[in-house]
Every structure is written in C-alpha cells, then in structure tokens.
Design a protein around this ligand. Structure first.
Ligand code: FAD
Ligand code: EPU
Length: 338
C-alpha cells in the first residue's frame, strides 16, 4: 500500500484537470484493499475510488481520500467446450484485457477495443461500443463493501445493467469497491459487425471479419472519430444518448429532416446526443480553454489549462440550448466530482 498526501491528480484524470487529493492511496492487491478499508478508512471523510480517471470530471481539489486500484492479474478457466471464464483484477487496463482475449482467440469483447480505463470501472456504467456492451458477456464480480469491509459476489442479475447504467450508479453508488470482474467468453467467436460504421469499414476495405480484424477495425474507427486524451484532455462522451418516446420522435421528424435514431423497443427510440448538439449550433464551440470536439460534439475537450468549472459552464450551456431547442434534457455520462 502506498499512501501520499497533497497528491496531484493531473496525470490521473484523462481531462487533465490540475487538482490535487488530500490523501491518495494506491492498493496493489485485494488484501491491501481489505486492510485499508478495515483499519484506515474514515467513513466521515470524503472518499472516492479511482481507476483510470477516464469518466470523471474533477471540479475542485479533493478534500478527502482517493483509493486508486492497481490490482493486476488475468486467469482463464475453461467452462465447457464452447466457453471460457475470464477473471481479471480491477486494476488491469481494460484494453490490455481485450487484447489478451483476442490473442487467446476468446470472443465477445473485441468490439470494446480501445475503451480507456480499468477493468474495475467497466461494470459501473456497463461500458459499450459498436453494438456490444459489457452485460452481453458479463458473468459476475467480486466487491468489498466500503462500510463493513465484507466481500460480496454480484451476478449479472444483481448488477441491473442498462444503457450506461448499473446498480453501482444508483442504489449502491459509492458503496462498493469492485476487485475482480469475470466474463464468459466464447471459444468459437460469433462476430458482431452489425454496427453500421463497423460493417461499412470492413466491406469497403474488403476485410474478412476475424476476431483480430474486428478489433483492429474498431481501433481505427475510434482513432478517426475520438480525440486521444493524451493529446487533448477529455473523458469520452460527456452526455448519454437520450431515449425518447416514439411519438416525440415523430414530432421531431415533422420539424427536422433525417433525424437519426436507433429503435430500443415498441415505444422508445434512442437519438444521438451528438446530432442534437450539432443541430443546436454547438459542434466545435469553444469557450476559453474548453470546447466541444470538432468531429464529435458529444465530447467536451480541454484545450489546455482548463478548470473543472469551465467544463461545467459549457455543459450547462449545452443542457440549456438543447432543452430550449428540442425539449430534451441531456443526461450526463461523466461523473462530476466536487
Ligand atoms: P474512472 O473514471 O476512474 O471511474 C469512473 C467511475 O467508476 C467513478 O465513479 C469511480 O469511482 C468508479 N470506479 C472506478 N473503479 C472502480 C472500482 N474498482 N470499484 C468501484 N467503483 C469504481 N465508455 C464507454 O462505455 N464506451 C466508450 O466507447 C467509451 N469511449 C471513451 C473514449 C474516450 C476517449 C474516453 C476518455 C472515455 C471513454 N469512455 C467510454 C468512458 C470510460 O472509458 C469508461 O467509463 C471506463 O470504464 C472508465 O474507467 P476508469 O477506470 O477510467 O474509471
Ligand atoms: N452525429 C452527428 N454529428 C456528429 C457526430 C455524430 O450528428 O458530429 C450523429 C450521426 O447521426 C451518427 C450518430 O450521431 O450516426 C452516432 O455517432 P457515433 O457512431 O459516433 O456514436 P455516438 O452515439 O455519438 C456512442 C457512444 C460512444 C461509443 C460509440 C460507438 C454514447 C453516449 N456514446 O457515441 O461511447 O464509442 O457510440 O458505439 O452512447 C463514451 O461512452 O464515452 C463513448 C465514446
């Protein structure tokens, strides 16, 4: 266990907001995590678990303790002829896990290539991309109750996954430290190339869809569309894509041409927030050190030296403008830490 005080968080959040934590604790094993929570954790103090900091916006210095997960390890266990159980520790880089599985010919998470962050955070918002989400392959996870220090296993049903959602963003928000995640992957991968952009990418280049080729294609598409946080601070999509009633969607179609949509069920459709923000005239909008990305307005970027409050002001402008124009209130995806 490594404990530091007045620790700079600038390199520990992909927005690169220059704030510090009063106390920063790194845990490299599950045992260290237990030990910290049992013997040192003060329940009256502010507390935050931090993985890769790629879905977080710090607004101020953090006047409490940040627990940073560094536990490593991946274990493969055959389940039957067709499936393998993959157990990964919370501090593994998500994309390293994807690469490891692709190299071992295990299918199911190749479409989730290049998503930044750690394994332990993946269930929190049920990460998703290019037609696949974590829930599709999720088996179970181990977590420690932050208050009692007791260990608990959560099955897929327990996690109540939804679009960018889980029980850990609702009833159990900030109540558990996830230490291990288990996935059930296929020994005979069934590739999912149904996402339009991915399908077109493979077809146009005449690429045979294999596990490795799909992973490589997803990486290339992502690099062409999303800003690299190493070069331009950001936390991915700042907002979720809103899910609206079909009747509201049809009204929108009367006022605007070619409103993009993805059917969810009989009564609702998902609309790209990027489209709403672009139509509201805010694509590429820059105010001071922050702006919406020129290629993907769903992403708020830090042009350098931005404060968390500058990002919040732009977020509020986007909320207000989109709501006034379309009557739709965007929901944040990024976790705002005050
Ligand atoms: P952090 O930002 O460190 O934490 C996020 C939340 O999880 C916080 O509330 C934190 O307290 C909690 N948390 C973290 N670890 C644990 C743990 N072990 N136990 C309990 N709670 C924990 N997301 C997608 O779904 N799809 C995408 O396509 C996608 N693309 C992205 C592209 C870019 C360029 C960026 C910067 C982000 C993108 N994201 C995407 C968002 C982000 O990568 C994911 O949400 C990722 O899972 C966050 O992981 P992290 O380790 O960085 O979490
Ligand atoms: N669009 C515009 N203008 C733009 C960009 C996009 O109108 O400038 C519209 C287009 O109609 C396009 C549609 O938005 O077809 C969808 O765009 P894209 O395929 O880029 O996906 P997205 O809906 O904007 C979502 C996720 C991403 C994920 C991609 C790929 C959310 C909030 N975002 O973005 O996740 O990588 O799909 O599956 O669901 C993240 O969560 O951080 C993230 C990056």
């Amino acid at each position: 266990m490594n404990i530091r005080v007045n620790f700079s968080l600038k390199e520990y959040n992909t927005f690169h907001i220059d704030v510090s934590a009063k106390q920063f604790v790194e845990v490299s094993t599950e045992q260290e995590a237990f030990e910290y929570l049992k013997h040192h954790h003060d329940p009256t103090e502010k507390f935050l678990i931090l993985g890769g900091g790629s879905n977080i916006l710090f607004v101020d210095d953090f006047e409490g303790t940040i627990l940073h997960t560094k536990m490593k390890g991946i274990v493969l266990t055959p389940l039957n002829d067709s499936a393998t159980l993959v157990e990964a520790a919370a501090g593994e880089e998500w994309d390293d896990l994807v690469e490891y599985c692709v190299n071992n010919n295990l299918g199911g998470i190749e479409n989730l290539s290049l998503i930044p962050g750690c394994v332990g955070a993946a269930p929190i918002q049920n990460i998703g991309a290019y037609g696949v989400e974590l829930a599709d392959v999720f088996h179970s996870l181990d977590a420690i109750n932050i208050t009692t220090g007791s260990k608990q296993v959560f099955t897929k049903v327990d996690c109540r996954f939804g679009y960018r959602d889980s029980i850990f963003k609702n009833e159990l928000k900030e109540k558990y430290l996830i230490t291990k995640v288990r996935l059930k992957l296929s020994n005979y991968p069934k590739l999912n190339t149904s996402y339009k952009v991915l399908n077109e990418f493979l077809l146009i280049r005449n690429i045979t869809p294999t596990l490795g080729n799909v992973a490589t294609a997803v990486k290339e598409i992502r690099r062409s569309k999303l800003p690299d946080p190493v070069l331009l601070g950001n936390a991915g999509s700042f907002f979720k894509n809103p899910v609206i009633l079909k009747e509201n969607y049809l009204n929108l179609c009367k006022a605007y041409n070619n409103v993009p949509s993805f059917p969810i069920d009989e009564t609702t459709v998902k609309i790209p927030a990027a489209w709403l923000i672009e139509q509201a005239g805010l694509k590429g909008k820059r105010i001071g050190n922050v702006g919406t990305h020129i290629k993907q307005p769903l992403v708020i970027v830090n042009y350098g030296g931005a404060s968390g409050n500058e990002a919040i002001e732009l977020m509020e402008l986007i909320h207000k403008t989109v709501q006034n124009k379309f009557g739709i209130l965007l929901e944040n995806e990024v976790n705002i830490i005050k």
